[in-house]
Design a protein around this ligand. Sequence first.
Ligand SMILES: C[S@@+](CC[C@H](N)C(=O)[O-])C[C@H]1O[C@@H](n2cnc3c(N)ncnc32)[C@H](O)[C@@H]1O
Length: 246
Amino acid sequence: MAEIDNSIYETLGERWYEAWDDPVALLRSEAKIKHPWILKKIRVQYGESKVGILDVGCGAGFLTNEFASQGYPVTGVDLSPESLKVAHNYDKTKSVKYLTADALKLPFPDNSFDVVTCMDFLEHVKNPQLYVGEISRVLKPGGIFFFHTFNRNLLSWLLIIKFVEWLVKNTPKNMHVIKLFIKPSELAGFCRDADLEVGEMTGIRPVLSSIPVKSLFSGIVPKSFRFELTSSLLLSYLGCARKTLK
Ligand SMILES: C[S@@+](CC[C@H](N)C(=O)[O-])C[C@H]1O[C@@H](n2cnc3c(N)ncnc32)[C@H](O)[C@@H]1O
């Protein structure tokens, strides 16, 4: 069975932010719906207080740099040094601490952060439950874990893996593999085992009407392409969990 290829993130360079002929454009598009959801929840919980945030598997810093631009002290961790260079270049505040590290061994003491985020990351690793445990370790009691990942079923295989391979140029082989996708009930179980109580999960789906028909077979992600929140968790889902106070 196919194995995930995480080496692709070392080669993207500026394409993280600039390419439209690459599935990374979908990630940027999806960020537009994920970021406001997360920022709103942080404000509801902590008001204007600028709490400490860790972004795990931060890639080129889409969310990390957004937090920094909103004034949060934020650290980003990723295995790919080349992605972190891009992330640093796009950090207008030059305040983010970017560190190369394996998320399985986060280089922080227990109870270090108020918020830990983990976007499109858990489906890139074997044994995601171990990573959720490690995230919980560095989260303060009462702190919030935000996650986004993909559900595992026939529809997600077809739309998230096969349609992207067929329709978007430069889609690397094994960018995603179905066996690493995670059912919401499984993720909720990993959270429970790590003293994290899931508060909310919401689905995300593409808005098909935002794809002009003429661009469908061009291999290019149209700039109009967008995602929306949905109550269905069938495809991808975004959620949060709170570390129990013990
Ligand atoms: C799909 S990208 C998501 C990047 C970013 N979170 C975003 O949403 O734009 C997955 C990222 O996980 C990173 N990654 C994979 N395995 C990792 C590990 N064990 N520890 C830290 N980062 C890892 C990759 O280098 C890549 O940047």
